[in-house]
Design a protein around this ligand. Structure first.
Ligand SMILES: [Zn+2]
Ligand SMILES: [Zn+2]
Length: 392
């Protein structure tokens, strides 16, 4: 972090702390916290100055807030710019540059704002200052998603929440005319919704074919015509298949929570467009065949969860059971005999789709029993640690 930013951050932190001490500062707390969060995520003094510019107009100076800040010897954002230009002049040329963004790397929202000088939210963010349009494809939106095809084209839904979409409205027009207005479009993808959303940078994206219309349900729940923009990223990339599977699982859960009425409406509104297809990178986890075989033999023909006999035998002699890792290998669970159980196919599906606490406890008890039979002290200790089991 540059010294100029550190200076501003310290002052803002002081203001934030004083909000809890003085009543006349308290109403400003939300605003100050927002500024503080932004500064925490800013590293270059040049970026900070660009942010402070909007506070430097004269009209801000009449605000009551200004007086309150002075009362407690705090530097207002209106005054901060000149101080930083004077005291940290060697840092003012440090700015985040679009050309320095790395393909495939995750950025937070503040980094995007600082780099593109665009607004803080929205799927399409125009910046006149950098002559760019930031396009965000957010896969965590539950009800519909931007579609991809196997050519790597993103079919992006335009702006407008409800009612028939207007192709000349706001940024729809920017995209439509991107061939002639020379606005550079940059794509980011969002895969998980968390408090500090990560945006994966995909580089420059271009209008690939004529925009077309498609049926979609708007935010008001009514069917409408939406404009779809076929966009092609300049650089090819593949997505991790585990990431895509997680998104799919989340959407299944959302759909399962919807009422019959809503499901009916959405199901019947689905257009004839082909399903979304993406080229993915598959990560194959090699399970240890020795562990797998040991766990099956240990179960001695019975399911480690329901204790029933295996439902059938393979080649008339080997009981059919499936090996399940309690902490899954995809979640970095260890491939060891004390993280794995042998289950009948029914129990196996159940623990994946409807795991109940009592089932988990039962499987852990079974493993504990095996450990005691083996009288294996070292593995018992790591078992307790792995499953965060307390002393009993
Ligand atoms: Zn079973
Ligand atoms: Zn499993």
């Amino acid at each position: 972090m540059d010294n100029g930013v550190r200076f501003a951050l310290l002052d803002t932190k002081k203001a934030l702390d004083l909000c809890d001490v003085y009543n006349d500062l308290l109403p400003l707390k939300g605003k100050i916290r927002k500024a503080y969060n932004r500064l925490k995520n800013t590293s270059k003094t040049g970026d900070l100055l660009r942010y402070l510019e909007k506070f430097e107009s004269e009209k801000h100076r009449d605000a009551d807030e200004f007086q309150v800040f002075h009362k407690y010897n705090l530097v207002t954002f209106e005054e901060m710019g000149p101080i930083i230009r004077r005291e940290f002049s060697d840092e003012i040329l440090n700015i985040s540059k679009i050309s320095e963004l790395i393909l495939g790397k995750s950025y937070n929202n503040y980094e995007i704002i600082n780099t593109f000088q665009c607004s803080e939210q929205g799927g399409m963010r125009r910046s006149h200052k950098t002559n760019t349009l930031v396009i965000v494809s957010d896969h965590t939106k539950p009800l519909y998603d931007d579609r991809w095809d196997e050519e790597g084209v993103l079919h992006y839904t335009g702006m407008g929440k409800s009612g028939a979409m207007d192709i000349d409205f706001a940024q729809n027009r920017t995209v439509k005319e991107s061939g002639v207005n020379s606005t550079e479009m940059h794509l980011f993808e969002v895969f998980d919704s968390s408090t500090n959303t990560k945006y994966v940078y995909r580089g420059i994206i271009e209008l690939y074919a004529q925009p077309y219309q498609d049926n979609q349900i708007g935010e008001d729940g009514n069917l409408r015509k939406a404009w779809i923009f076929p966009l092609l990223p300049r650089h090819r990339f593949t997505v991790n298949s585990i990431r895509l599977k997680k998104i799919g699982d989340e959407k299944d859960k959302t759909a399962a929570r919807m009422s019959d009425e809503v499901i009916n409406k959405y199901a019947k509104s689905r257009s004839n467009q082909p399903p979304s297809k993406r080229i993915a990178r598959t990560v194959i986890v090699n399970r240890d065949p020795i562990v797998k075989e040991f766990v099956k033999r240990r179960a001695n023909g019975r399911c480690d969860l329901c204790d029933e006999d295996a439902p059938f035998k393979v080649k008339e002699k080997i009981p059919y059971l499936e090996v399940h890792h309690i902490i899954q290998l995809a979640d970095d669970g260890p491939d060891t005999i004390y993280n794995a159980v042998a289950l009948c196919p029914n129990c196996h599906r159940k623990v994946h789709y409807a795991l109940e606490t009592q089932d988990r406890v039962k499987m852990l008890r079974k493993l504990d029993k095996y450990l005691n039979n083996d009288n294996d002290k070292e593995n018992k200790e790591s078992f307790i640690k792995l499953f965060a089991l307390g002393e009993n």
